[in-house]
Design a protein around this ligand. Structure first.
Ligand SMILES: N[C@@H](CCC(=O)N[C@@H](CS)C(=O)NCC(=O)O)C(=O)O
Length: 200
């Protein structure tokens, strides 16, 4: 059994779990609940960066971060081609980077908002909010061109939309983004997405 350092709220973990479902590997991954912010957290034993997800292979080798884990699972499963070869590879990787960047900004903004009010930096918060807004609009620009072939890019985009609903639901990203909204409406119905809805 592979082991996954896991939390039910982490979108990067969710991306890995969606890939695990899509590649049929879900049943071969044991989840280890990990609280990265707990003072006595042992996450650093597996990932020196102190982050989840980290995947511990049967031979004890550890993989991080989520793009590496996802590509490993795709290769290990041998069939899905979520990381396409040839020219389609670069747009798929770039889309993953765009969606992961939305998550990085959304998470950093959330950490900032959890600091004592007098130690929050409005300029930082505004910068993260701008990244989120611009990058969601970049997804809108291209959503109509995503074909039926599932790639890691679309999975990452779907997870980013889902995370914004989870943590920034009051800001509703849909107005002004009809293409992305319609795409996500369909994408969120996939069993892999339904099985991995984030929880506190
Ligand atoms: N680039 C990493 C990002 C992972 C990440 O930011 N994970 C968050 C939880 S969603 C975390 O562990 N944060 C703890 C920290 O930043 O110290 C990946 O793709 O796996």
């Amino acid at each position: 059994m592979m082991k996954l350092r896991y939390s039910p709220a982490s979108p990067f973990v969710r991306k890995v779990l969606v890939v695990a479902h899509e590649t049929g590997l879900e049943g071969r991954i044991e989840r280890i609940a990990t609280k990265v912010w707990a003072p006595d957290t042992d996450v650093g034993d597996d990932n020196p960066l102190g982050k989840i997800p980290a995947l511990i292979l049967d031979n004890g080798e550890v993989l991080y971060d989520s793009p590496v884990i996802c590509e490993y699972l795709d290769a290990f499963s041998g069939g899905k081609n979520l990381f396409p070869a040839g020219p389609a590879r670069w747009p798929a990787l770039r889309l993953q980077a765009l969606a992961d960047g939305i998550l990085d900004a959304a998470i950093a903004r959330r950490y900032e908002s959890q600091r004592p009010p007098e130690r929050q930096e409005p300029m930082l918060t505004a910068r993260y909010a701008n990244v989120m807004r611009r990058a969601m609009s970049a997804l809108e620009t291209e959503a109509d061109s995503w074909g039926e072939t599932l790639t890691i890019g679309q999975i990452a985009a779907g997870v980013a939309c889902g995370y914004l609903d989870f943590r920034y639901g009051h800001e509703n990203w849909r107005p002004g983004r009809p293409g992305l909204s319609a795409w996500y409406e369909r994408f969120a119905r996939r069993p892999s997405m339904q099985a991995t809805v984030p929880k506190e």
